[in-house]
Design a protein around this ligand. Structure first.
Ligand code: NAP
Length: 303
């Protein structure tokens, strides 16, 4: 599909892309660039590309597709760094979890003779770095692209075909809408998890040992999200501030209402809510976004 792809950032997402590009033979050459010597060395040991450099500008020379996979707060600086070395006609994209802020940061830095289309594969884990990636990460997962009125349709078609080859289902969406949807389905659950795990770690009357020992009661499901990369999530909070604050406000209202139902002993209200939420879980399974096995398919073991 491409002669040369440049991967700028080679953590969980960048290295998963490297692996699927190799498996599906999507590009003849893959230039890998990352800011630290340690990560670059590891990427080379893992044979994630065909060329390696710490200089992002060097990596993008002659690349037909450039994919930036760094924390969203760094995307503007990376765009400025590569701008003058990009090949005319190249497609430049990113994988950041927020979109309006990335477009605001990157678009003004990039020359008008390249095709910039922001994107977000809605796929990930709580692990980071080049060892964490795997080729099947994007399989059956959505990749959201956020073209605007300046987007070249052929470039959009080519980028969509790239993500399809990686195993994703592609959806295009307005960047602001993306940020609202993701604030609800991704950023809010993440913040709730950080909050619950933070509350548990501060609780004086229950020991840490008991929290860990009895965590299979539900707590551990929040700890998966709460173990995610702090840099990535700090940047998401700072770069999707308005949508996140709106979702947190709605969440707080609903939590107050649930608290009132419990205080009033209003079992009907609680039952109605819990019935509604159960049906959402069923819809997620029907949409193929999770497995239909108890306890997320975990193998039973001694609790
Ligand atoms: P990661 O595993 O932590 O890897 C981050 C990569 O970015 C590394 O190559 C790192 O370089 C580089 N980097 C970090 N800070 C940088 C900076 N200030 N300037 C330039 N490069 C920098 O992260 P990831 O999980 O792959 O996430 C990358 C992007 O994907 C983020 O924008 C995130 O929002 C998005 N995303 C993540 C997930 C997820 O579940 N993790 C899902 C979808 C989208 P060094 O290691 O050399 O320092």
């Amino acid at each position: 599909m491409f002669d040369r792809i440049a991967l700028i950032g080679i953590g969980l997402i960048g290295s998963s892309l490297a692996r699927v590009i190799e498996r599906e033979k999507i590009a003849a050459n893959v230039a890998v660039s990352t800011r630290s010597e340690k990560t670059l060395k590891r990427a080379e040991e893992l044979r994630l590309g065909t060329h390696y450099t710490m200089d992002a500008a060097e990596a993008v020379k002659d690349a037909d597709l450039v994919i930036i996979s760094v924390p969203v707060g760094a995307s503007g600086a990376v765009a400025a760094q590569i701008a003058s070395s990009l090949k005319p006609g190249a497609i430049v994209t990113d994988v950041g979890s927020t979109k309006a802020s990335v477009i605001r940061q990157m678009k003004p830095e990039l020359p008008s003779n390249v095709h910039f289309i922001a994107g977000h594969p809605v796929a990930g884990t709580e692990y980071s770095g080049p060892d964490a990636g795997f080729a099947s990460l994007f399989e059956g997962r959505w990749c959201i692209l956020t073209p605007d009125e300046d987007t070249n349709p052929e470039a959009l078609q080519k980028l969509s075909a790239f993500w399809t080859a990686c195993g994703s289902d592609v959806q295009t969406m307005d960047a602001v809408h993306h940020d609202q949807v993701l604030a609800l389905v991704s950023h809010l659950p993440q913040l709730i998890s950080y909050n619950i795990v933070g509350t548990a770690s501060d609780f004086e009357t229950v020991s840490q040992a008991d929290v860990i020992k009895y965590s299979a009661s539900g707590f551990r499901d929040f700890t998966r999200l709460a173990a995610s990369d702090p840099t990535m999530w700090r940047d998401v909070c700072l770069h999707n501030k308005d949508a996140i604050l709106e979702m947190l406000a709605r969440f707080s209202e609903d939590l107050s209402s649930m608290r009132a139902s419990i205080r009033r002993g209003d079992g009907d209200a609680l039952f109605e809510l819990f019935t509604k939420t159960r049906s959402i879980r069923r819809s997620i399974i029907e949409a193929g976004q999770d497995v239909d096995t108890p306890n997320f398919g975990r193998t039973p073991h001694k609790d």
